[in-house]
Design a protein around this ligand. Structure first.
Ligand code: PA5
Length: 462
């Protein structure tokens, strides 16, 4: 079971900058109200994601059947998607598959796996250098069916497939998109692509537990029922409005209190390489959900907390100096793992050098976990707010728990901040500007607005 330890958010441990029992008591009614607001609308509007662990029996069956066919008939599975349509699949792949998965000999792995979440031409060319498109399935994932990055990748790949394969090229595309909106569903119907649907009330960054994440995971042989069971278990643990009994609500209320005290940065620091990309996924979830200019009453608030990803122990040697001695503007969330899935003993040697030899006989998991505790200590000693999320081990269930924990924390925090957690007008603005600059029909007004913007001054470019 995931444990959330917030001792080091408290004054008793970190001193002046910490929270008191009175602070917790004062925020409890607000937290309870936030829980109530979310509970009242969960499953409706853009909160359908909260019910995904319970509503997908038929979808899971279809996904498992499709995944078995992909594994049987192809060598490569490539996700074409960006943002919420890519970060979840990357995080879960990294958490639950072998670290050198694609490099393993074919008999020790399933199909090779790639996620293409950028439009860098060199990266596309590199992908085409290492895959045979005739042996590849491309999973085009876009809820809106309009995102320029994903649709340009689709166009490039569809053209190559038509040329290389001709008849039957459509079997190489699986579309995961909205059933009702956007162009990808129209294209899918026209071409006869296999399709999976992103429910209306599931936004990109909350979509890992729907076909967006479940299909790639199933193709990789990940236990998707375990993922959903873990998410359901966390959801059930978060079914009360009492912060003392709801870990995600407590985590949300603590960040909310921290934000009110000027902690504008949220550092996510897993001490496990397998969870490195979970921090990326979290950064989108936290940043895009809470970073809002106006609140639900239309008041200008510029809410949010800048998420920063950090990896223990690697970033102890680049960022932790700042976190322990720099400004008191952040909360560091450490993710620890009690039991690693494998271990390596540090060998005997260098007996004549005690400063090296003391390492011998310990295991690498002891070392990484000791360094985690040491960083926690250093942060605490220097008076910096930190908290720890502990996983017993990294497996499908615990990853499901972790995903749901952060999603619920984000939703509760959005309620506390009185903002719309589920929209992303800032992202849409960038998307629209791209459409306008690329001459998309219907965006003439936006183009005129861009053309009218002040031109850059050469004197500021050196
Ligand atoms: O969370 C979100 O809604 C966004 O980050 C989207 O996931 C991202 O912009 C991609 O959108 P789409 O799935 O429509 O291609």
């Amino acid at each position: 079971m995931l444990k959330f330890d917030f001792n080091n958010m408290m004054k008793k441990y970190i001193g002046a900058d910490g929270l008191t029992e009175q602070d917790l008591a004062a925020v409890a009614p607000e937290a309870e109200a936030a829980f109530g607001k979310f509970a009242a609308r969960r499953g409706t509007g853009m909160t359908e994601w909260a019910d995904l662990p319970y509503t997908q029996d038929a979808v899971v069956k279809d996904i498992l059947a499709c995944a078995a066919e992909v594994r049987e008939n192809f060598d490569n599975f490539v996700v074409l998607g960006i943002g919420g349509s890519a970060l979840g699949p990357i995080a879960v792949f990294t958490a639950l598959c072998h670290f050198r998965y694609n490099d393993l000999p074919a008999e020790k792995r399933g199909v090779k796996f790639f996620v293409e979440d950028n439009v860098d031409p060199e990266r596309m060319l590199a992908l085409l250098d290492v895959i045979d498109v005739r042996r590849t399935v491309f999973n085009v994932i876009t809820k809106s069916g309009a995102t320029s990055e994903t649709m340009s990748q689709y166009l490039i790949i569809a053209d190559i497939l038509k040329r290389e394969i001709g008849e039957g090229w459509q079997k190489h595309i699986i579309a995961t998109t909205s059933a009702k909106k956007g162009n990808l569903i129209k294209l899918a119907k026209k071409e006869g692509f296999r399709t999976f649907f992103i429910p209306d009330g599931v936004g990109g960054r909350f979509s890992e537990l729907c076909p967006v994440g479940l299909l790639p995971a199933a193709v990789l042989g990940i236990d998707i029922e375990g993922l959903l069971a873990g998410a359901a278990a966390m959801d059930k643990r978060c079914s009360e409005g009492d912060m003392g009994k709801n870990p995600a609500l407590a985590a949300a209320a603590l960040q909310y209190l921290a934000m009110k005290r000027g902690k504008n940065i949220s550092v996510m620091m897993p001490y496990a390489d397998s969870l490195k990309y979970m921090a990326d996924w979290y950064c989108q979830l936290w940043g895009e959900s809470l970073g809002k200019a106006v609140d639900l009453d239309g008041k200008t608030v510029h809410a949010g907390q800048t998420p920063v990803k950090s990896l223990g122990v690697t970033d102890q040697h680049s960022q932790v100096q700042l976190y322990t001695e720099g400004p008191f503007d952040k909360v560091v969330t450490i993710i620890g793992v009690e039991k690693f899935r494998g271990d390596v003993t540090i060998a005997e040697g260098a007996e004549e050098f005690p400063d090296v030899h003391f390492l011998s006989g310990h295991t690498m998991s002891e070392l990484i976990n000791t360094e985690r505790v040491a960083t926690e200590y250093a942060l605490t000693r220097s008076g910096h707010m930190n908290n720890t999320v502990m996983l017993p081990e990294v497996n499908a269930e615990s990853v499901g728990e972790l995903l749901m924990f952060f999603q619920l924390q984000t939703a509760y925090c959005g309620e506390l901040l009185n903002i719309d957690t589920f929209n992303q007008p800032g992202v849409e603005e960038g998307k629209n500007a791209t459409y306008a600059l690329f001459g998309r029909k219907g965006y003439e007004e936006k183009r005129a607005e861009l053309d009218a913007a002040p031109k850059k001054d050469a004197k500021y470019i050196l």
